[in-house]
Design a protein around this ligand. Structure first.
Ligand SMILES: [Zn+2]
Length: 112
């Protein structure tokens, strides 16, 4: 399961951050998940709860920050929000580039 391995690496990053800072506990983990990353936020939340079992991360909160997909067209400078990975500019029908929306990263780890 894709989301389970994502949740496990989030747990690892949180544990590592706490260890490096000599903290006993992780309080909150903030992650960015893009609309087009193909990752289900709900599943990641669920899996995080299931695998955040070590003393250092148990009871910590995972906060998913959903990043809206934004693309822009180099020919007509139209900017829009694609709902799919494959898209054309709605203004001129030409190829457009994605600026954001595929993120999958840990933004910050709050320690207590
Ligand atoms: Zn265009």
């Amino acid at each position: 399961m894709h989301e389970m391995s994502i949740a496990m690496s989030i747990v690892e990053i949180a544990e590592e951050t706490a260890r490096e800072a000599n903290a006993d506990k992780v309080f909150k983990v903030n992650v960015d998940i893009g609309e087009l990353s193909g990752v289900m936020s709900d599943s990641v939340l669920f899996c995080y709860e299931a695998c955040a079992t070590s003393e250092i991360v148990a009871g910590s909160e995972l906060v998913v920050n959903s990043i809206e997909a934004v693309a822009s067209c180099p020919s007509c400078e139209n900017s829009f929000s694609p709902k799919d990975r494959y898209f054309l500019c709605p203004g001129c029908g030409g190829p457009a580039g994605l600026l954001q929306g595929e993120e999958l990263s840990v933004r910050s780890v709050e320690l207590s």
